[in-house]
Design a protein around this ligand. Structure first.
Ligand code: IVH
Length: 592
């Protein structure tokens, strides 16, 4: 996949236009102007009207096969509507994540202590790399298509190609225009620069393409990009403002984030008063002083950032911004682990935002779903010391609640009823609710299904943990750390004696489809065409088989896909373990 030449100015765009008309003298040139979607480039192959595979742009020469994940995109047809489509073709476009979804994903990531994605583009790219297509489906990626490739395509203009692709069922943006002059092109660019904040997704410019395919062929390509197309990139909107002060926020996991308070500055349709400073290194790099005049930018990133300091305006004797060493909330000394950029407040037991954050997470809808625990109520309970940790929720008595002004008899009863009802909430939700770092709702569900009970989970070592789907080294280490802490163990015992669910109930168990793989231990490795690896693991479980992580003499089969681990293959040969491929596995399942 080639890329496009970039321009940032009217002048450069005029030069591009001059080059085009010089190469095609005596002919009228039309351009198609399109939005430049800020996402991940994708090429999707179709054969006989059916989805074949989807490959990312990668480095332009080699990309990744992300078919399973791309198939989850609702707006992408997997079978085309009747029409005159070619037997074989590739359609290219951009996979994007709408801003609203991006914000939701980031809230969830912050909630479990993961670093949020910087912008929707990174978030789309991260989502495409996930192993679990069911999780990808939840994230609701979208895809705009903008180019057709294939042999002897029957179109004379780019606009015709787009219209046809749209009639076959592809999502082609209507926010495009055939322009008959360069002035119309500029009008399109200016129009969308203003309208850009109203779009539900990010764009970073406009792409201008010569409409006639014959003229495109005439113009040809340079080594890197077509001579018949160019992108006009919008500059990140920037402004200057004054640094008033720096606040330090403490998250549920104890992570400290410095935030700059700025004199208000209008940027990209909003008034910006705050900007993130990420961490100490960022402050040092900018050599930030209080009262500095700073440059603020709002580009692809949602949260504005400070990109530099106008040193010519620095006031004499202004004070350097010094990162704090004590927690602004509880005064505990902060720590910064080797290799991490973030400072943490280690006082997780008593630091108010951490205590409140954990309760908020525990009671939230996706976790224990206890109605009535809004932020203000939690603040009150924690301040009055009625709740110091999540286990205390189950020790609340009616008279305690009634001692608070805002509760009357009825509302106190309702709250206690909601607490009581939460004792029936399933194990997987309890596991999510107790707040193990990096264990989000999906991982919690997988862990619950894989281990069945908290006791088995607690007894697992790193290797066993990594046998569960979705669990890698980082999550495994975090789980082990969590269960090493005596305070967490005490909390679990207290919750257990309050009657919470710490093992899967029969309804939560994976549905047994058959016993066909009973007594069979399978190691699965590599990538597959018809299902993802996680889906196969589930299929193995549902049919009574066992997923094992390493090949031993006891392994029944090595189920190997493309790029299966070489050491696993070698071991299988050494121990005489039969290696089967996708087709053989499916046959075995069908016949046995
Ligand atoms: S056409 C030969 N049209 O921008 C390249 N690209 O900077 C043809 N992009 O890699 C690309 N919106 O990922 C084209 N409407 C659009 C686009 C678009 C976004 C991306 C694409 C490409 C990059 C080039």
């Amino acid at each position: 996949m080639l890329s496009l030449g970039n321009t940032y100015s009217e002048e450069e765009l005029n030069e591009f236009h001059e080059r085009v008309i010089k190469s095609i003298p005596d002919e009228k040139v039309e351009y198609v102007c399109e939005l430049k979607f800020d996402g991940v480039a994708i090429g999707i192959q179709f054969e006989e009207g059916k989805f074949k595979r989807a490959i990312t742009r990668g480095d332009g020469i080699q990309g990744d096969d992300v078919s399973a994940n791309v198939k989850t995109i609702r707006s992408l047809p997997l079978r085309l509507k009747d029409g005159n489509y070619p037997d074989k073709f590739e359609i290219r476009g951009e996979i994007i994540l709408p801003r609203a979804t991006f914000e939701r994903i980031n809230e969830e990531r912050i909630d479990i202590g993961e670093t949020p994605f910087a912008n929707p583009r990174n978030s789309a790219s991260g989502t495409l790399k996930l192993q679990d297509s069911a999780e990808v489906a939840k994230r609701k990626l979208d895809c705009f298509l903008y180019a057709l490739y294939g042999e002897n395509l029957p179109f004379t203009s780019h606009e015709d190609a787009l219209k046809s692709a749209s009639s076959w069922g592809f999502k082609i943006s209507n926010d495009r225009k055939v322009c008959k002059s360069i002035d119309e092109v500029f009008a399109f660019i200016n129009f969308w620069e203003k309208k850009r904040p109203e779009l539900p997704f990010d764009i970073d410019g406009v792409v201008i393409k010569v409409n006639s395919i014959a003229q495109q062929n005439e113009l040809g390509f340079t080594a890197k990009s077509p001579r018949w197309a160019i992108s006009f990139k919008y500059k990140a909107e920037s402004g200057s403002s004054q640094l008033l002060s720096v606040d330090y926020q403490v998250g549920r996991t104890g992570a400290i984030t410095p935030v700059a308070n700025l004199s208000p500055v209008p940027l990209a349709g909003t008034i910006v008063k705050r900007a993130t400073l990420h961490n100490e290194d960022q402050i040092v790099k900018l050599d930030l002083h209080v009262d500095d005049t700073v440059f603020v930018e709002k580009g692809g990133e949602i949260i504005p950032k400070i990109t530099g300091v106008d040193l010519s305006k620095r006031k004499a004797n202004s004070k350097k911004v010094k990162f704090i060493h004590r927690c602004p909330e509880c005064n505990f000394e902060l720590v910064r682990k080797e290799g991490e950029a973030q400072h943490y407040c280690p006082n997780s037991l008593a630091c108010p935002p951490q205590v409140k954050g954990r309760i908020e997470h525990f009671t939230s809808r996706k976790a224990m779903n206890i109605d009535g625990f809004g932020t203000e109520t939690i603040d009150l309970f924690v301040e009055k010391k009625l709740i110091n940790n999540i286990a205390d929720i189950y020790k609340l008595r009616k008279e305690d609640i009634l001692s608070l002004d805002r509760f009357a008899d009825k509302s106190a009863s309702n709250l206690l009823d909601a607490v009581e009802a939460s004792k029936k909430v399933s194990f997987e939700k309890v596991l999510f609710a107790i707040g193990i770092r990096f264990v989000g709702d999906t991982v919690a569900k997988k862990l619950a299904r894989h281990f069945g009970s908290i006791d088995t989970l607690m007894a697992a070592d790193a290797t066993q943990l990594m046998e569960a789907p979705e669990v890698g080294q980082v999550i495994a280490a975090s789980i082990i750390d969590f269960f090493k802490d005596p305070i967490n163990l005490k909390m679990i015992e207290s919750l257990r004696s309050s009657g919470l669910q710490f093992q899967l109930s029969a309804e939560d168990m994976p549905v047994k489809v058959s016993e066909k793989l009973k007594g069979i231990s399978i190691v699965i490795s590599g990538t597959f065409e018809k299902h993802s690896r996680d889906e196969y693991k589930q299929i193995i479980e549902e049919n009574g088989g066992k997923n094992a992580s390493g090949v031993t003499r006891k392994t029944s089969f090595l189920f190997a896909g493309a790029d299966a681990g070489p050491s696993k293959l070698e071991k299988a040969k050494e121990y005489g373990v039969k290696i089967i491929d996708e087709e053989e596995f499916l046959k075995m399942l069908a016949s046995s």
